[in-house]
Design a protein around this ligand. Structure first.
Ligand SMILES: NC(=O)C1=CN([C@@H]2O[C@H](COP(=O)(O)OP(=O)(O)OC[C@H]3O[C@@H](n4cnc5c(N)ncnc54)[C@H](OP(=O)(O)O)[C@@H]3O)[C@@H](O)[C@H]2O)C=CC1
Ligand SMILES: CC(=O)N[C@@H](CCC(=O)OP(=O)(O)O)C(=O)O
Length: 345
């Protein structure tokens, strides 16, 4: 299969290349750039020296549609909105890592992303690829909107309780933390070393663009769910996301029942690991892997459940989930090429 990566010089592109090296079905890879035409990938990423002998080519949607069967768009917001229909016109499948095709209402996209949305036809064709909960749709999809990093962690953690309508509808609070690689490779004053070292910051308070994405999916599962409170923090680490979620349950639960529910729901999901009672995951424990690890607690005093989920933002939050989606789209085992043990310590 001929694979394309647009935005291969970014962190998402580099992570795709790291993981695809061990993918038995992928041999023919084409890399596209908007600024480094003719540059060898190892000049951009020396850790890939002798791993790939590939030179970047200028991104042109028509060329991509002729040269590839499936393309990963690892590009900033706006690029997929403009070019997906052209890339897909000859049957090339598209997996978009950006947020351009995730929101079904273009007006909501334009309000939160502050840029023009993709055309409605392309948005309607795109399947929201939260893989664990969309196997059938992903299988037959031509275009995948790969979920955002925070929504992946939050939604996998909330799904069992929300789907079974066990949550007081307007009680969901998501307290999220991320490492700096989530901001991509280009430098910014928010993420450079002097700003982030020995520091811990809240950002985009009540205004993060992943808020409508999380609400949209929660409402698909349970239309009664109200507005969520979602806050994001930057911590001095490179990879990893932790979402700590607080929800009021609408019936009395026991710790044991809560664990039973999550173990049952995710028993056939190889990338979701439920920790045993009184054990909680740390970001290091999924580092470099496609796992989402979940810890649970029910507080009898308050009637609230605390759900903690961790992922590696670059893997399950981006490139890993994208490859999992590619696998399911092609009828391959979902774990193909993703059988990676987390790097520890
Ligand atoms: N980092 C993360 O943890 C996650 C990222 N994402 C999303 O994935 C996408 C990629 O993220 P990330 O790799 O971190 O970002 P980076 O900024 O590291 O990389 C983006 C790449 O896109 C390319 N690019 C920029 N403009 C254009 C253009 N007009 N046409 C084609 N290519 C262009 C650039 O490469 P060049 O100059 O060579 O063209 C750049 O290297 C983003 O939308 C991001 O929000 C999603 C989940 C998690
Ligand atoms: C640290 C940092 O800036 N993280 C990014 C992660 C979001 C991201 O990557 O955006 P999409 O998944 O929607 O494309 C942010 O908070 O915007």
């Amino acid at each position: 299969m001929r694979i394309g990566i647009v935005g291969a010089t970014g962190y998402g592109g580099a992570e795709l290349l790291r993981l695809l090296k061990n993918h038995p079905k992928v041999k023919d890879i084409h890399l596209y750039t908007s600024s480094k035409d003719g540059v060898h990938i190892s000049d951009s990423y020396p850790h890939l020296t002798d791993v790939y002998n590939l030179t970047l080519k200028a991104f042109d949607a028509d060329v991509v549609s002729q040269e590839t069967d499936l393309v990963f768009m690892a590009t900033p917001p706006g690029v997929s909105a403009e070019s997906t229909d052209q890339v897909a016109k000859n049957g090339t499948k598209v997996i978009d890592l950006s947020g351009d095709l995730r929101l079904e209402d273009p007006a909501i996209y334009e309000r939160w992303y502050k840029r023009k949305a993709a055309d409605q036809k392309t948005i309607d064709l795109a399947i929201y690829g939260l893989n664990e909960w969309a196997k059938e749709e992903v299988q037959s999809a031509a275009i995948i909107a790969n979920p955002g990093c925070y929504p992946t962690a939050a939604l996998l953690g909330l799904a069992p309780l929300v789907q079974k309508d066990l949550v007081v509808h307007d009680s969901i609070i998501i307290d999220a933390k991320t490492g700096t690689s989530g901001a991509g490779r280009s430098t910014s004053s928010a993420t450079h070393f002097s700003e982030m070292s020995e520091n811990f910051k809240i950002y985009q308070v009540n205004s993060h663009k992943h808020t409508p994405e999380i609400e949209q999916q929660l409402k698909r599962w349970n239309e009664g769910i109200g507005a969520i409170t979602f806050q994001t923090h930057l911590v001095p680490m490179v990879r990893g996301i932790m979402t700590t979620m607080y929800v009021q349950l609408n019936e009395s639960f026991s710790q044991e029942q809560l664990h039973q529910l999550y173990n049952d729901v995710y028993k056939d999901s190889p990338f979701v690991r439920i920790r045993k009672e009184n054990h909680y995951p740390a970001t290091r424990e999924v580092y470099g892997s496609n796992y989402c690890d979940i810890g649970l607690s029910y507080d009898e005093r308050t009637g609230r459940a605390t759900i903690v989920s961790v992922i590696d933002n670059m893997v399950k939050g981006a490139a890993g989930q994208a490859i999992q989606n590619m696998n399911v789209m092609n009828g391959w085992d979902e774990s193909t090429g993703l059988d990676v043990v987390p790097v520890y310590p």
